[in-house]
Design a protein around this ligand. Structure first.
Ligand SMILES: *Cc1c(COP(=O)(O)O)cnc(C)c1O
Length: 397
């Protein structure tokens, strides 16, 4: 199954092969490559890595040394970013949802850029982080994304103008607008729609006499290695997405007229394909379903509660390193816990697995580097959080 190693490094492969126990493995050099490639494609956009997608100090440090800043969602993430070496000036509070106390804590840490999407939150920023720079988040439909991030966040253009005008009146700096097209966004059209909304907002702000200095294009850039329901690569149109983003930035600059700068907050795109979970087979069992049909179930040692929270929606490529030329059978895939949600696609979509898998055989869950370390529970059902191992750092180059 060596064809599954595309998008992924041989270093990751070596580290997985060396593991005799379950773990999450990251290849820092491949994360650095992905970052450089993104900078090459979109040189106009400064990167603020969305920390929640991989809150691992070494990963943060690696990206910060390359010039990235950090998008953090609260005081704990802000502290971690600063501890890992991110300068406060390149670190922002990107969560629209925050308490008074959290705003004050961020302000004390030296954070000056805050996202918002409501008048209430803007007033709280003015009270607890006086003089801060605010970014108003625009709503998007989330269509085309695997995770929409729609209704909970963002406001329409007219409301954004009101929020930013109010920010100015309250002594804050109306600094920017932001969007998020939804995580693992699979379409370039969603980006077009986001630029339409940004253009409408910049035009309305211009009429209101408000000039911003930044547009934050958010996250949503896809990982490349996931599989679709039929087992073929999902194959997101990344080049087309980059082209639409470049064109959209030009369009916004023309509307703005002045010196408009761009930020992006990628998470998944930077880390997903550079990380993998080394799990093992708990049991391959054949059980009759209520309809009487016997079905194979492959129970893995890792599931939704130890790193693979997104396994309900995502299909990760699986590698069975001890069974290179096996005969395959369709099996439903699930984690080890007593929760029936701990399964791939609700236990409805079978995936091919070697027929003669034995308990203890290693399984590599590829492209699972995004959100895996942040979704580790403290030990649901006693299954301990996975340890994290790194390769490709400066010391082992
Ligand atoms: C989660 C998040 C991101 C990262 O999203 P990805 O889809 O992983 O790129 C960026 N910005 C904000 C505000 C987020 O909440």
């Amino acid at each position: 199954m060596s064809t599954l190693i595309t998008h992924r490094s041989s270093r990751l492969h070596t580290a997985l092969a060396a593991a005799t126990e379950d773990r999450i493995v990251y290849d820092l050099s491949s994360i650095a490559d992905r970052y450089r490639r993104l900078r090459h494609e979109l040189p106009e956009a400064a990167i603020r890595f969305a920390l929640k997608s991989c809150p691992v100090d070494e990963v943060i440090g690696c990206l910060v040394r390359l010039g990235a800043g950090i998008d953090a969602a609260g005081p704990q993430e802000l502290r971690q970013a600063l501890r890992a070496g991110a300068p406060a000036g390149r670190t922002h509070y990107g969560n629209t949802i925050k308490s008074d106390r959290d705003i004050a804590a961020a302000h004390r840490l030296g954070i000056r850029d805050f996202a918002t999407d409501s008048l209430e939150d803007t007033a709280a920023i003015a009270a607890h982080a006086p003089g801060a720079r605010v970014f108003c988040r625009l709503a998007t439909s989330g269509e085309g994304a695997l995770w929409g991030l729609s209704r909970k966040f963002g406001c329409p253009p007219a409301q954004a103008v009101q929020v930013l005008r109010t920010a100015g009146r309250l002594g804050l700096v109306p600094a920017g607008v932001s969007v998020h097209v939804g995580s693992q966004q699979m379409t370039a059209d969603a980006w077009l729609a986001a630029f339409d909304s940004l253009a409408e907002t910049l035009t309305a702000l211009g009429r209101a006499g408000i000039t911003l200095d930044h547009v934050n294009l958010g996250g949503g850039l896809p990982a490349l290695g996931y599989l679709g329901p039929q087992g073929l690569p999902l194959d997101p149109p990344l080049d087309k997405i980059f082209a639409v983003i470049r064109e959209g930035m030009l369009r916004l600059r023309r509307i703005h007229g002045g010196h408009l700068r761009f930020l992006m907050e990628p998470g998944r795109h930077l880390v997903a394909d550079s990380g993998a979970v080394r799990a093992h087979v708990v049991r391959l069992a054949r059980r009759p379903e209520p309809d009487g049909e016997p079905r194979y179930w492959l129970y893995l040692s890792c599931g939704r509660f130890n790193g693979l929270y997104e396994m309900d929606t995502l299909r990760y490529p699986l590698v069975f390193p001890t069974h290179p030329n096996a005969e395959y059978v369709p099996a439903l895939l699930a984690g080890p816990t007593c929760d029936s949600d701990d399964a791939h696609a609700g236990g409805r979509v079978p995936v091919p697995v070697p027929r003669d898998l034995a308990s203890g055989d290693p399984v590599w869950v590829m492209s699972s580097g995004a959100y895996a370390t942040s979704y580790l529970t403290r030990g649901f059902n006693g299954f301990a959080p996975l340890p994290c191992h790194l390769t490709g750092g400066e010391s082992d180059d």
